[in-house]
Design a protein around this ligand. Structure first.
Ligand code: ADP
Ligand code: ZN
Length: 751
């Protein structure tokens, strides 16, 4: 009989077998959605395999209730990728599918049951519609055209379908040109719902592409060659900050579209990269689907649909865009590939960058990872010959990289009228820049007013009641203490709860206070702040825009200010304290700090005027700082790779972190020890070369009232490691319910 393996979008479950009713046998295929009974409920599942097999003896199989799709919702290429992802991360396929597919979201089975059109849509909201011109795919001969019709046709063929209003902004007589092309059968016009694009609906004139520099040209040629030859090669586009990596991406995508294949672009945080998105929009118009968390469910679904139906063939978005059903995938790009945001830290813990390589490989596509400070994982792949490095050694605008100086806080004072963390050299540098009508960025990795509060009487540091971390003082909206790891918030007490002493001292400085310090130090300057407190999501764009329009002179902020902003008038960048990041209890602390410093430094002096970067520290002799001063990525990489090899860390060793947490400390420890000893036995039985380290308490021992332990598994070879992890997963099934066990494959942080 015909059997179907069906993935049910419910966590903790694997695929289930159903019998296929005869009526569906002719058309059933993997990737189609179906309705099936599951635990007495009717659910939507995805068929992942269909096979002719003997019915298992003694068990009565349930039959599928209904086959929803006529063509697979999930294209074959994407389905294969999801299956591989599920097996790589040991994550249930049902959970992976749920994460990946907006077509599954909240689609209640009862609604589907009554009306089952292909891609059953959520109810329509009232929406504006526009006329969109589509190029007709293949016309044997194109009549000789001149003027507007010729330009419009070229536009449509390279950029893809475009709204007529947008064409009219760009080409004189666009409307009559479209009519003419339509009458010639070269173009079709359809009325369509206007795509929801809360971010970037400005329709600036199409950007004219700059002439590529020599190194850009070489990089583009390599990528294009692989694309045209259909060789699934992967590249590391290693270009200094401001070297014009975006232009290489854009041209690679153009080449990809010419080869009639689709492209996928991953960026770290879409709200922080409005410029990049705007450039994609201006080059590709409506031919690009921008996927971001601000989209409504309906808009997300529309994106999926237009990609799936082949109306759009370029998708750009943050991490989860890796699941976009880009048609005939030919190119996958990851911008700022070193960025930590590509790792999903809850649910299915996948690394978007690694999955970009995997998806490209499976699809026979070309992959391009771009960065000024490549991750050591990528450097490792270059060493193994799996990634080809393409260098962009100079800034595209011919601007020099900024001069980086260390300010030794042990030796350098500050003005008596300002805060001690605003050193005199940094003060002077900002003063000079402001006097010249230039701007400054000041980076500090702590939000809030004061990172912690300490009682001067007994030394107690005020802590979150449910997490083992100190609470941060925030001033906005009254003095409040907040935990940055949970929702805890309370009024700042007037005295220490432990000893009654009223003297509670602020320890350290956060961005909120720094903003105040700078405003006082430079009363004539307008200070803007960018961190998660002022700029959740979309509004960060507005802060950057204020800087660009020169409505602000100094920008203060956390990592958000280090991302790829291109602000030509910023000539001074200050780093308030490099030591915090360096001292994190994590083997990636050096790598992260180096990347952060080089990236933030890269914001300075991007146009004509030279930039200056001042890094404040109490450990100026630290080798990471020395490499940052000289922008020496190669030396840093070389040194750090040696450290990693000696200490047994990636990219030379593979890690799986088993994270355990629960409300009862003893219970967590018992379970951790049970799993660790099981892992040790398995190591002896199954394979050599797997080390089991721990259990040990996590650096943050308690979070939201749950105690946290972890076991680190480490090996050079992945198969050996997988065998042991699979064994742990087996015994985990019988775990005591209050202790949660999470497998973090290739963990990005140890907290
Ligand atoms: P990156 O992403 O490598 O930091 P960008 O792509 O933001 O760099 O480019 C930096 C600046 O250089 C941008 O203002 C861009 O317009 C400009 N640029 C890029 N390529 C060229 C080129 N070939 N000629 C002139 N300017 C260029
Ligand atoms: Zn807390």
């Amino acid at each position: 009989m015909l059997l179907a393996q069906v993935a049910i979008p419910i966590p903790l479950e694997r695929a289930f077998t159903y019998a296929v009713p005869d009526q569906y046998a002719p058309r059933i295929a993997p990737g189609m959605r179906c309705l099936c009974k599951f635990r007495r409920r009717l659910v939507v599942g995805v068929i992942i395999a269909v096979e002719q097999a003997q019915a298992p003896a003694g068990i009565k199989l349930i039959a599928l209730e209904e086959l929803i799709d006529d063509i697979p919702s999930v294209p074959e290429e994407l389905l294969q990728f999801l299956l591989r992802l599920s097996s790589y991360y040991l994550a249930p396929i049902g959970e992976v599918l749920r994460l990946a597919l907006p077509v599954l979201e909240h689609q209640r089975a009862d609604r589907l049951r009554t009306k089952l059109p292909l891609f059953a849509e959520p109810p329509r909201a009232v929406e504006r519609s526009v006329l969109v011109a589509y190029p007709v795919a293949s016309t044997p001969q194109t009549p000789a055209l001149r003027g507007a019709p010729a330009s419009v046709l070229t536009h449509l063929r390279t950029v893809g379908p475009t709204a007529i209003v947008r064409l009219a902004e760009e080409y004189a007589n666009a409307r009559s040109a479209v009519k003419r092309l339509e009458s010639l059968g070269l173009v079709t016009v359809r009325r369509e719902a206007q795509k929801e694009a809360p971010f970037f609906h400005d329709t600036k004139a199409r950007e004219s592409a700059p002439v590529p520099t020599e190194s850009q040209k070489t990089a583009i040629e390599h990528i294009e060659k692989a694309l045209l030859a259909g060789i699934p090669r992967s590249f590391l586009l290693h270009g200094v900050t401001g070297s014009g990596k975006t232009e290489v991406y854009l041209r690679a995508i153009e080449a990809c579209l010419r080869a009639e294949r689709g492209a996928l672009v991953l960026v770290p945080e879409i709200a922080l990269t409005p410029q990049l998105i705007a450039r994609f929009r201006s080059r590709f118009g409506d031919g690009v689907a921008v996927i971001h968390s601000g989209l409504s469910r309906r808009a997300r679904y529309q994106m999926w649909k237009s990609l799936r139906e082949n109306k759009v063939s370029v998708a750009i978005g943050a991490r989860s865009a890796i699941f976009a059903p880009v048609p005939r995938l030919g190119l996958v790009i990851v911008d700022e590939e070193h960025d930590g945001s590509f790792k999903q830290e809850e649910g299915v813990r996948y690394q978007g960058r690694d999955m970009a390589l995997l998806r490209a490989h499976l699809a026979g596509a070309v992959c391009v990872l771009g960065s000024a400070t490549p991750s050591l994982e990528s450097e490792g792949l270059v060493q193994q010959g799996k990634l080809t490095r393409l260098r962009l050694p100079d800034r595209a605008t011919r601007a020099a990289l900024p001069a980086v100086e260390l300010v030794d806080l042990r030796r350098t004072g500050s003005l008596p009228s300002t805060h001690s963390m605003l050193s005199l050299p940094l003060y002077r540098a900002i003063e000079t820049a402001l006097a010249a009508g230039e701007q400054a960025i000041v980076f500090l990795n702590r939000r809030g007013f004061a990172p912690s509060i300490q009682c001067e009487g007994c030394g107690t540091i005020l802590q979150c009641p449910t997490c083992s971390v100190s609470t941060t003082l925030h001033r906005a909206g009254g003095a409040r203490l907040r935990c940055h790891y949970c929702d805890y918030e309370a009024a700042m007490p007037s005295a220490c709860a432990a000893c009654g002493c009223p003297r509670l001292a602020m320890v350290g400085i956060g961005t909120e206070r720094l903003e105040e310090v700078l405003a006082l130090a430079f009363p004539q300057a307008r200070v803007a702040r960018l961190d998660r407190d002022v700029a959740p999501g979309i509004r960060s764009e507005a802060v950057i825009e204020r800087m660009r329009r020169k409505e602000a002179d100094i920008l203060v902020g956390t990592q958000m200010v280090t991302k790829g902003h291109d602000l030509p008038d910023v000539t001074v960048v200050g780093v308030i304290n490099a030591d915090v990041a360096l001292s994190m209890p994590d083997f990636r602390a050096s790598e992260r700090t180096f990347q952060l410093l080089v990236q933030v430094a890269g914001r300075a002096g991007r146009a004509e005027r030279p930039g200056r970067v001042l890094i404040q520290t109490r450990i100026p002799e630290h080798p990471v700082l020395a490499h940052a001063v000289t922008h020496d990525v190669a030396s840093f990489t070389k040194t750090e790779l040696v450290n990693r090899k000696e200490a047994g860390y990636p990219p030379y060793y593979r890690l799986v972190l088993v994270r355990l947490d629960g409300p009862d400390l003893d219970e967590v420890i018992r379970e951790a020890e049970r799993l660790a000893s099981h892992a040790r036995v398995q190591t002896q039985v199954l394979s050599h070369g797997v080390e089991v380290l721990g259990p040990s308490p996590a650096p943050i021992e308690k979070l939201r009232g749950r105690f946290r332990f972890r076991i680190l598994l480490r090996a050079v070879q992945r198969p050996a490691l997988r065998a042991v992890v699979a064994a742990i997963q087996q015994v985990r099934e019988h775990r005591s319910s209050r202790v949660r066990v999470v497998l973090d494959v290739d963990p990005m942080h140890m907290l």
